[in-house]
Design a binder for this molecule. Sequence first.
Ligand code: SF4
Length: 743
Amino acid sequence: APKAAGKLETRKSVCTHCSVGCTVIAEVSNGVWIGQEPGWDSPFNLGSHCAKGASIREHAHGERRLKYPMKLEGGKWKRITWDQAIDEIGDQMMKIREESGPDSVYWLGSAKHSNEQAYLMRKFAAYWGTNNVDHQARICHSTTVAGVANTWGYGAMTNSYNDMLNSKAMFFIGSNAAEAHPVAMQHILKAKEQNNAPLIVCDPRFTRTAAHATEYVRFRPGTDVALIWGILYHIFENGWEDKEYIRKRVWGMDSVREEVKKWTPEETEKVTGVPGSQLHRVARTLATNKPGTLVWCMGSTQHANGNDNTRAYCVLQLALGNIGVEGGGANIFRGHDNVQGATDFGVLMDSLPGYYGLATGSWKHWARVWDTDYNYLLSRFENKEMMEAKGIPVSRWFDGVLEDKENIEQRDKVRAMVFWGHAPNSQTRGPDMKKAMEKLDLLVVVDPYPTVTAVMHGRSDNVYVLPAATQLETSGSVTASNRSLQWREKVFEPLFESKVDHEIMYLFAKKFAFDKEMFKNIKVENNEPNVEDTTLEFNKGMWTIGYTGQSPDRLKLHMANQHTFDKRTLKANGGPCDGDYYGLPWPCWGTAELKHPGTPVLYDTSKPVAEGGLCFRARFGVAAPEKWAKGNPDADNLLAVESYPEGSEIKDGYPEITYAMIDKLGWAGDLTAEERAAIEKVAGSSDPEAMGKVNWKVDMSGGLQRVAIKHGLAPFGNAKARTVVWTFPDPVPLHREPLYSPR
Ligand code: SF4
């Protein structure tokens, strides 16, 4: 690395080019970023960078960075000031809002935001009064989230990149990690070498990943489900399934067994093009080399039947007993560096942060966290119905704009689009989008670079381009694909006139006069909201998926001490914990003091069900994969997997568990006095027997945990839940401020 005269400082950051989360050591002299090294001690990249990561300094300093705000006028770009930009855009938006309601402005966010910025983006849309907010995850992995969350609870990768070193077999489908996630590939190749682990790569194309395979399976595009069913045919036919695991933890595998009987080698070959003998070999390899990991990426998800693909993969892993164990798992390689975090923080048209959904209780929960009156938030929306209804997905924002009918829904009448770190040219229906952009009243692009969005519209007026700083010019947390949070240290000051995204959000909030309400508990200095205050605020509210224990201090400590966290040494010395080794993956409950280790492996099955360490029981409803094979998109969502705690009953589509069960699981001792009093009130007595009879309704709508006390104390409730899932993801009891708080 080049050395400069004077003091050389190093700053630890995280690569922004994919979801592996490699540590970057930036060398800075006199405020100038002059060199870079890979994080030698990072458990993610173990001292390596790929070509993309090695170029982030050049990327951040790219010659084509936007230098100042600009406005398109009479076909010419004109330099303007920030004050003018915020004033003109703000005035137009308020006029549009007055004439057509808050939904007429669409806030399209980004997987390039830090967690804090993603959280503020969703919060910003809420204070503006719309659910017309979304980001890239809708296009890339929304089918994974829907498929996996509805299968066993969390819409995320179950294990970790570096956990693949524990794998005895690796099954890749729809993933070309060698090119898309190059540093993850080193863990894969290491497992192949050190464990002699077979690498099975299923892909219609022979990729660079396939070039490393011990078994390459070429199959027809879109026939993933038939392929998996064809593998399961051999597994059941030969008795290779994990019978004990299924008996203890999986309901309804019999119906899967019945379904796959139809997928004889001949039938499967007809649909997928893969010879039966090869699938027999694959099935035997998977059954005799355990634990095995299953990895997928966007080759699997960007299909009309993406949900079904991802669910079928989960079924295969459950049949093999590969979920909830080190070296196993359903492992989803995400795309952008913070697509997991932006999804977790609800930059989505159908949820508030933490997958809380949009029900009244969810709004009340977040209003409490934001220290804002619920009725104030309600007043920002057109009405309560609009507040609780889904917005428009990013893949459809333009349909309503192109529609000339008078009676079009108010929500669909988008008149102004803000593309904030999002270039939609990678989406399908580009020509439709271009036409819609021409019809908009106002188009705003916020990005470090002049993206295609800024020029693809064919307009000659009323387009604004605002220069945003990169993630290397600010600090904050970022969530890698494996659910691990890491802290990015600011490397250099924003270049030219660019501003960090959260400052731009603040300036707009100020213009719209909700800054005081929105940033009530977040310090703002020189128009820049404090990043740490933002983290601490979301720590208070993210109970559904356990973003409550990763305080800024703890995250910074983790980054500073990466080199001390060698997994074997830690285990031998009894601490700090595996979670630190992996970077505090969620769920990480509680507070900084509680030092919850995070959860490197979701659904830990190390304890027997009978000892209260149960993680899930799953029940399958079975779809008919021949429908997918025929390309019938109506086959979506036919496969449902449900799991409940031992002994719970299903009423009105929800599992119900009693206080006695809560007690047995060790949660009861953790209740606050108020919570205990609330249960006593419902039971009409403090007698343990009476309290034991209180039913707790567990609402898992959307596949996520919402725990509520029945009898009117429930802050949540969504009768529309299609699939109900209950999991015990973690042996540590839920801590303070749980969702079932009666306040
Ligand atoms: Fe960056 Fe991804 Fe390459 Fe790591 S693998 S250096 S995170 S682009």
